[in-house]
Design a binder for this molecule. Structure first.
Ligand SMILES: Cc1cc2nc3c(=O)[nH]c(=O)nc-3n(C[C@H](O)[C@H](O)[C@H](O)COP(=O)(O)O)c2cc1C
Length: 170
């Protein structure tokens, strides 16, 4: 699968089969995250892989949807803002860095035949408590990871180019 095929066929999956995700596939997906670019190459990310059903259930309290915990794996992408690049005007880039790593993993999962769904609408306090995440670390996003139990078409509902594309000036 080429990169464009992965981009255009990746969809948010909200139904998962219980079939386990093999270690080789899982580690390839994490490696895709590790290889992501980051501002001044600070790599301010940490990834937590959750497969233990008891921990997964507790983690589910941070985002109480049955399909979220039904996936065999949940990946939690965190940032260490104290180790991330900050622009001279104070703009922080840790969220951008971790989002790029996350999207690398999401696309790699697609290539591996696995489904994902970006999750941002979680209770960060609960995630940090359940997973023992240190206070200075931020949780940027989570995704369930598993074999899709729903079939979705290609990406289609996007704004038309003429609404978003500008040449030379706004
Ligand atoms: C940063 C971000 C946060 C998101 N948070 C959630 C979420 O909390 N829950 C959810 O069900 N989907 C979430 N999504 C998925 C979006 O709803 C989805 O990507 C969008 O509707 C487009 O659909 P598609 O991914 O199938 O192309 C999120 C996506 C992104 C990029």
């Amino acid at each position: 699968m080429d990169v464009f095929e992965a981009i255009s066929s990746r969809r948010s999956i909200r139904r998962y089969k219980s079939k386990k995700v093999g270690k080789k596939k899982l580690m390839r997906i994490i490696e895709a995250g590790r290889l992501a670019p980051s501002a001044t190459n600070r790599q301010p990310w940490h990834f937590i892989v959750v497969t233990d059903p008891v921990i997964k259930k507790k983690l589910g309290e941070s985002y109480p949807k049955d399909w979220f915990v039904s996936a065999p794996v949940i990946i939690v992408a965190c940032a260490d803002p104290s180790n991330a690049w900050v622009r001279a005007d104070g703009e922080e880039y840790w969220k951008v860095d971790v989002a790029i790593a996350m999207q690398n993993m999401v696309l790699c999962a697609k290539e591996e035949g696995l489904g994902t769904c970006w999750i941002a609408n979680f209770d960060e306090k609960i995630v940090k408590e359940v997973l023992g995440i240190p206070s200075g670390i931020r949780v940027v996003a989570m995704t369930p990871l598993g074999y899709p139990d729903e079939v979705k078409g290609k990406v289609h509902d996007r704004k038309p180019l003429e609404e978003i594309l500008h040449f030379e000036h706004w």
